[in-house]
Design a protein around this ligand. Structure first.
Ligand SMILES: NC(=O)c1ccc[n+]([C@@H]2O[C@H](COP(=O)([O-])OP(=O)(O)OC[C@H]3O[C@@H](n4cnc5c(N)ncnc54)[C@H](O)[C@@H]3O)[C@@H](O)[C@H]2O)c1
Length: 433
């Protein structure tokens, strides 16, 4: 049993802290957001993540997991302090490190004994050294500490499975003893553990996300070519994926990547590269293609409905950036909804869990209670998120409720022939027409 404090109780911090508690450690999760901590202390969970509620409840009940806004109390018994605060996009595409800086400073001012400070937030290469400087210069009196980089690779929607069965654990530090002590926290997960230096660990995270985003933009570019040449990108991806050098993952053509990580991380890596005088052409192309995929959806609507979308009723089926999460940061649905609203189209939306987040992020959207309520009187439906509950919709009923049977499938969830047989004017992404 180790004493662990996690600073930042968002998607990463809350899952990480709960995961460590579930492994038998004593964990204190800290946040400066008082409303969030109050909810957690009252037994509510501020985010939607499958399985998390039950896991939190179990560990709180066992006395292994607690929540606070008080740094002094949170650091009292801590041996390890994980920083898992947000690193959003800055004004020039760089990662905004203000929250990491504030967390490091507050830890430094309140630590009373030696600590291993573990950075889980996604941060630019060199941030580990910067955090060390902040801690050193803000301690009231010198106390030993080490900084270890431990980037997180979990995916929202399957965060618990990912964090309890990671493909690998990456640790970077100049202090190998500290890195090995952090490694011990993960030993029971039986995952490969890579111990390297700070900067390499930080780069592994950016390179991994940039590579995954590249695969998505690659298959989207192939999809756009397929559309012109009459090939079906879904089958192309299957055919490619059997090649062991390629594999099947992240070859789903669609409306492009979104969410709280890929967009900002590709931009931040591009910013890092540019400021170092290198020319990240591939990363720029990845971002351009991703942007085009969103615009392309609106072009498809225009091709069928005519160039003026004013007054047309467009229903967005799914709003979260992917299934099984309520996270709408950089969700393609947000950009598409706002673009349609600017043209004075009537925009309706339905999402199984992201409804309240969507209401705040997309003023003007009309939110339905289910897919059928959404379809009512729509001139077109656009599938934005491939939630399981959309896989077996009664398409005959959906069609009968719509003003015009136009269906744009932004995730290639449905079979074109079947949708056409229902009488829809159907367009997928890169599916032969
Ligand atoms: N969300 C993901 O899927 C994911 C996956 C891998 C890595 N990451 C990275 O992990 C980091 C956290 O991401 P997230 O999605 O969990 O963020 P989030 O926005 O959901 O949560 C961040 C939390 O940190 C808190 N916070 C900010 N400043 C603080 C401070 N000084 N002290 C205490 N708490 C503070 C905020 O109140 C918020 O609750 C980011 O760097 C992100 O890039 C995210």
């Amino acid at each position: 049993m180790r004493n662990i404090t996690v600073v930042g109780t968002g998607y990463v911090g809350l899952v990480t802290g709960t995961g460590f508690a579930d492994l038998g450690n004593k964990v204190c999760c800290l946040d400066i957001d008082e409303a969030k901590i109050k909810m957690l202390q009252d037994g509510q969970v501020p985010i939607y993540e499958p399985g998390l509620h039950e896991m939190i409840h179990r560990n709180v009940k066992a006395g292994r997991l607690s929540f606070t806004t008080d740094y002094i109390a949170a650091l009292e018994e801590a041996e390890f302090v994980f920083i898992a605060v947000g690193t959003p996009e800055g004004v020039d595409g760089e990662a905004d490190l203000q929250y990491v800086g504030q967390a490091a400073e507050t830890i430094a001012k309140n630590m009373k004994h030696p600590l291993i400070i573990v950075n889980k937030s996604t941060v630019p290469v060199g941030t580990g050294d910067w955090v060390s400087d902040i801690v050193r210069t803000n301690q009231p009196e010198p106390i030993d500490f080490a900084v270890v980089s431990n980037p997180e690779f979990l995916r929202e929607g399957s965060a618990i499975v990912d964090s309890t069965n990671p493909d690998r654990v990456v640790l970077g530090s100049l202090d190998k003893d500290a890195a090995n002590k952090v490694a011990e926290l993960y030993l029971s997960l039986r995952a490969p553990i890579i111990v390297t230096d700070l900067r390499t660990a930080e780069m592994i995270k950016y390179a991994s996300n940039a590579f995954l985003a590249t695969r998505i933009s690659f298959i989207n570019e192939i999809a756009n070519i397929c559309e012109q040449l009459g090939a079906d990108v879904k089958e192309v991806a299957v055919g490619m994926g059997y090649d062991k050098r390629i594999g099947h993952h992240f070859l789903d053509a669609g409306v492009g990547y979104g969410g709280s990580c890929f967009p900002k991380d590709v931009k931040a890596l591009t910013h890092m590269a540019t400021t170092q005088g290198t020319h990240p052409q591939l990363l720029k192309a990845v971002m351009d293609i991703n942007q085009y995929q969103r615009i392309h959806i609106i072009q498809k609507l225009r091709n069928i409905l005519g160039s003026k979308l004013k007054g047309k009723v467009i229903g967005l089926l799914g709003l979260a950036f992917k299934p099984n999460t309520d996270d709408m940061r950089e969700a393609p649905a947000v950009e598409i909804a706002r673009a349609l609203l600017r043209e004075n189209a009537v925009v309706k939306g339905y999402d199984p869990v992201a409804k309240s987040v969507a209401a705040k992020m997309i003023p003007g959207i009309e939110l339905a209670d289910d897919a059928y309520g959404l379809a009512k009187d729509c001139d077109a439906l656009v599938l934005m998120t491939e939630w399981n509950e959309f896989k077996n919709l009664d398409m005959a009923q959906i069609k009968s409720l719509m003003r015009q049977p136009i269906f744009i499938d932004g995730r290639n969830l449905y079979e074109p022939d079947l949708m056409t047989s229902y009488g829809f004017t159907y367009r997928g992404v890169g599916r032969g027409y």
